[in-house]
Write a protein that binds this ligand. Structure first.
Ligand SMILES: Nc1ncnc2c1ncn2[C@@H]1O[C@H](COP(=O)(O)OP(=O)(O)OP(=O)(O)O)[C@@H](O)[C@H]1O
Ligand SMILES: [Mg+2]
Length: 240
């Protein structure tokens, strides 16, 4: 669970988050969507405890993992070591660290590339390594910043299916920032449409978790609804 109360973040005179109130239930899946610069990454950093708000309160479950768009893999470490190293701050070392690493590598189909370095991986493999590193920590809160932005369309769908499957098998509170409307509808039980310095609009997604969601006849119309919600307010105001 995560609760933000009256959270404000300013950079100089620029107000990015303005007295934001938000509660995400335990084990919920939330997609955050909004135009570039509206404050999505800033909000994730506040949720991850990496950025202290200028004002307001943040209550967090213990243990969060943030997957940055850049993935943040260590280029000089193998896939295996990139995963194991995430356990060190938790005090998990030795045989137990090895066991947990192997388990997660197998689950994400990375066993065969465990000895490779990040520069030798495909985009999808690198993405899965970043997820493995978050998953191995067993965090209660999993935050992802545009995780599929660099993937091609089919790999992206595989990635989304994987995230959903992991959310079922390892329940945690999931927050995914995305620019993709379809991705928001696939991954978000709740979709938060963000506008800079304004309270986000909350859309409940009735299609979340349906099997074969993308070919459901309701998928297109719901994506359209999200698209409408993203349009700038000015565009929906009748000019004087
Ligand atoms: N450390 C910082 N110092 C100054 N300004 C910042 C800082 N971080 C973010 N900003 C500003 O805050 C605003 C929100 O940035 P943020 O990165 O949260 O946007 P975003 O919604 O994630 O955008 P994008 O979709 O492009 O990733 C932007 O105008 C940005 O320039
Ligand atoms: Mg961002």
């Amino acid at each position: 669970m995560i609760r933000l109360e009256g959270v404000s973040v300013r950079f100089g005179s620029e107000v990015v988050l303005d007295e934001l109130n938000l509660t995400l239930e335990p084990q919920s899946a939330t997609a955050i969507i909004g135009v570039s610069g509206c404050g999505k990454t800033t909000l994730l950093k506040v949720m991850a405890g990496l950025l202290r708000p200028d004002q307001g309160r943040v209550s967090l479950e213990a243990g969060s993992s943030l997957i940055l768009q850049s993935l943040g893999l260590f280029p000089w470490k193998t896939v295996r070591d990139n995963v194991t190293v995430a356990l060190e701050p938790l005090g998990v070392i030795g045989v137990e660290a090895e066991r947990r690493t192997n388990e997660v590598l197998a689950e994400l189909g990375l066993t065969e590339v465990a000895g490779k370095f990040p520069g030798q991986l495909s985009g999808g493999q690198a993405q899965r390594t970043a997820i493995a590193r978050a998953l191995v920590r067993r965090s209660q809160l999993l935050l992802m910043d545009e995780p599929s932005a660099s993937l091609d369309a089919l790999t992206r769908e595989d990635f989304q299916d994987l995230v959903l499957q992991l959310h079922r098998t390892h329940p945690s509170t999931l927050v995914v920032v995305t620019h993709g409307i379809e991705e928001a509808v696939v991954l978000g039980q709740t979709i938060l449409v963000m506008t800079k310095a304004a309270q986000p609009r909350r859309l409940v997604n009735p299609l979340f978790g349906l099997p074969d969601l993308r070919s459901d006849p309701r998928f297109g119309p719901f994506c359209q609804l999200v698209r409408q919600a993203l349009l700038p307010v000015a565009a929906s105001v009748v000019p004087e």
